[in-house]
Design a protein around this ligand. Structure first.
Ligand code: MG
Ligand code: MG
Length: 278
């Protein structure tokens, strides 16, 4: 069952989404060489408190922090720690969420720590982010869930990888419905798997977290002994980008983007829905 939201409920989700955007802005500024991932968690905790929001990460399945901090070969679900120090040249994916009045937001981005990153890493993050936007642009009435998966996969497959070889599209994790819970039906694959069928039809009120995870090597992952940290099995570095998106009568609204996705979608020839918060 897919939870279909009313315009009023989407307005609430937009409020939660803007808190997530504020966490992104604050943690992005704090992700500098010498900072620990625990410092970033503290920054996020403060932003959530300042907005009168609640964390949907803290305590989720026993998760001990407010954000996930996934550095280099860590794909997702890295646990903030004072022992993990950011170094010049690292990349880090920060995933976080917030709840306002029971409505959830969830979004992630990859940041470059310091400077001097190789073209391969810069391209890895760009391709992952752009594949997310390709998925968002496919979120239109009449499409099916698989059309989003296909848009993400096709975008990644068409990008030449600096240094040759193929990108790994992580298969063990994917996007999801979002609303009164962070993780709801349906699960959204970042690639097309024919035996799964086409999935539900997209209609106004459909809300999804769209989140490709891409590595420089394998699509395979394993979980470390802390039961959370997910790494690539070949140790190659990876990128993770995510937005929560609502499909409205007037098109997609990117709930966790400061401008609702307006500028980026316009570049792609898609008109974003007007921001319900003005
Ligand atoms: Mg997330
Ligand atoms: Mg998510």
């Amino acid at each position: 069952m897919v939870q279909i939201k009313t315009p009023d409920q989407i307005r609430k989700m937009r409020e939660a989404g803007l808190v997530v955007a504020a966490i992104h802005a604050a943690t992005r500024e704090a992700a500098v060489p010498g900072a620990t991932t625990r410092d970033l968690d503290e920054v996020a905790r403060k932003v959530i408190a300042e907005h009168g929001a609640k964390s949907n990460f803290l305590g989720y399945g026993g998760f001990p922090a407010t954000i996930c901090t996934s550095k280099n070969e860590v794909v997702v679900h890295g646990i903030p720690s004072e022992k993990v120090v950011l170094e010049d040249g690292d990349i880090i994916s920060i995933d976080c969420g917030a709840i306002i009045d029971g409505w959830h937001g969830d979004a992630a981005y990859t940041a470059f720590v310091g400077s001097g990153h190789s073209p391969e890493l810069i391209e890895l993050s760009r391709v992952t982010e752009e594949s997310m936007w390709a998925g968002i642009a496919a979120m239109k009435a009449g499409n099916r869930l698989v059309d989003i998966s296909r848009a993400i996969e096709t975008y990644i497959r068409r990008q030449p990888k600096p240094g040759g070889g193929k990108y790994g599209i992580v298969e063990d994790y994917g996007g999801h419905g979002i609303g009164t819970e962070m993780h709801m039906d349906p699960h959204l694959l970042n690639y097309v798997e024919r035996r799964r069928g086409k999935g539900p039809k997209l209609v106004p009120g459909f809300c999804l977290a769209i989140e490709p995870m891409v590595s420089l090597g394998t699509p395979r992952t394993e979980v470390l002994e802390d039961d959370w940290t997910v790494i690539t099995t070949d140790g190659t570095w990876s990128s993770h980008w995510e937005h929560s998106v609502a499909l409205t009568e007037e098109g997609p609204l990117v709930l966790t983007a400061p401008d609702g996705g307006k500028a980026k979608l316009a570049e792609m020839g898609v008109t974003a829905a007007p921001d319900p918060l003005g």
